[in-house]
Design a protein around this ligand. Structure first.
Ligand code: MG
Length: 465
């Protein structure tokens, strides 16, 4: 159970096709959404082999509850979100498993304002689904369907129009959509901005022959090689539904996502003052850059939806918001839309470099302070209890309890939180000094092991986004 939710995680519901993710589940999600948000609903999907089948299922559920369906076909999640708000649709459903491997698929539910559905509404949707209290309509009110794959152009145009004409002239960019839906958006966006564009893995393919949907450093090796071989300004890659963008610099080196965040944050905050909203898991670099620009930082629980909701809340209360996002390449631009947008992030990098008068991406990144980050996880049958034990063991420290417990000292911080999806805790420790980070990490892990010695400890690895 996650915040009272039974089925949905932080970014929709996901599972392995034929196991936990089945057409009847997706049909019922469609029926529940159609019951809650009657009207015209947009449906989109990523490039997974199961996408078409699940799109049929969600559309069947929607139409049986009287909704008219606009099928946008294959497109990035942020494109669907933009189109929903622009066209005044009552809601949307995106068939995607984002960065998960090809055998997974899932559904993200989008509200009429283009944001992901909030927890309280998801709980209502789940209640409707589990109680099967669907508002099924009689035969003469069953919803219609139209295909509208051309609407993706509205999204491409909105991103391009955000920047001065020809801002990318003279830049060469290599785009790796990872066989995903950004193949039809990001190369087009960048070339319309004036960039010379090369692509790799740009044929949409649910088998993901070039690399897996998660854009890891290892998976982007060919992108890096191509950036160097073509003398490109930078390379950009997306996850499976292109709400995130990650970069390689002109030397072919992977750009750590918190540094990507900080570089774009610096560009935005030097031009428009306002709060920067980010989860407690983000690097202190985000706060450093905000402070240099005279902008405050507002911390949220981990999850892009909490960042987007908080940005909207602050704006509604009269507080200007400059920027938001997560340290995983999922960045949110409040003057564009309130969701992570990978295509916009690729375009924004062009603007960042255009503003730096010929400075290379690696040169721009070298100006940022360096931090050492340790990420680990620990399997335990009762993660929440274990987080509580850590909280009590470090009660003399300054703590933030926005999500799990964040231990804050002058030159180091640590975050210990229960995973939202698996029986484990996640541990992050960051400092400018590697030995200081390591010392606090050891202190925490000693408490963890003493409290929960029987559990098996998995080796450190990159947590999912
Ligand atoms: Mg994604």
């Amino acid at each position: 159970m996650r915040n009272g939710k039974r089925l949905f995680g932080t970014n929709g519901v996901r599972g392995v096709i034929g196991e936990t993710m089945t057409p009847d589940l997706v049909l019922n999600i469609g029926a529940a959404l159609g019951t809650m948000r009657p009207g015209t609903i947009a449906v989109g999907r990523d490039t997974r082999t199961s996408g078409e089948a699940l799109a049929h299922a969600v559309k069947a559920g929607l139409q049986m509850c009287g909704c008219d369906v606009v099928d946008l076909g294959i497109l990035p999640t942020p494109a669907l979100q933009y189109i929903i708000r622009k066209n005044g649709f009552s809601a949307g459903a995106m068939i995607t498993a984002s960065h998960n491997p090809p055998e997974y698929n899932g559904v993200k539910v989008i509200e009429g304002d283009g944001t992901e559905m909030a927890d309280e509404q998801i709980i209502r949707l789940e209640d409707c689904l589990f109680s099967r209290s669907f508002a099924v309509v009689p035969w003469d009110r069953v919803g219609s369907e139209i295909a509208a794959p051309h609407l993706v152009e509205e999204y491409v145009r909105a991103v391009v129009d955000h920047f001065p004409e020809g801002i990318g002239t003279g830049m060469t960019v290599v785009v790796d959509p990872g066989s995903g839906p950004a193949a039809i958006t990001t190369p087009l966006i960048l070339s319309r901005m004036g960039c010379r564009v090369h692509t790799i893995n740009a044929k949409m393919d649910g088998v993901f022959p070039g690399r897996m949907p998660e854009p890891t450093q290892e998976g982007l090796r060919r992108l890096s090689e191509m950036v160097v071989a073509t003398g490109a300004t930078f390379g950009v890659a997306h996850d499976g539904d292109a709400d995130r963008a990650v970069f390689v610099d002109e030397r072919g080196r992977y750009v750590e996502e918190n540094r990507e965040f900080a570089l774009i944050e610096d560009y935005i905050c030097s031009r428009s003052k306002g709060t920067v909203v980010t989860p407690v898991s983000s690097s202190r670099l985000v706060e450093d850059v905000a402070r240099q620009n005279g902008c405050p930082v507002d911390y949220t629980p981990v999850g892009s939806i909490y960042v987007a909701r908080r940005m909207l809340e602050l704006i509604a209360g009269g507080t200007p918001v400059a920027f938001g996002g997560e340290g995983n390449g999922g960045l949110i631009y409040p003057d564009h839309q309130f969701c992570r947008d990978g295509g916009m992030t690729a375009a924004m990098m062009v603007a960042v470099l255009a503003s730096r008068q010929g400075e290379s991406l690696s040169g721009a990144l070298d100006n940022l302070p360096a931090y050492h980050l340790i990420k680990d996880k620990y399997v335990t049958s009762n993660p929440r209890e274990l987080v509580g034990i850590v909280e009590r063991a470090f009660s003399d420290d300054v703590q933030d309890r926005t999500d799990g417990v964040k231990i804050i000292r002058d030159h180091v911080w640590a975050l210990v939180r229960a995973s939202g999806t698996e029986p484990m805790i996640r541990v992050m420790v960051e400092s400018a000094d590697a030995s200081v980070a390591d010392a606090l990490y050891r202190e925490i892990m000693q408490v963890v092991r003493e409290a929960s010695p029987a559990d098996c400890h998995a080796p450190p690895e990159r947590p999912p986004h």
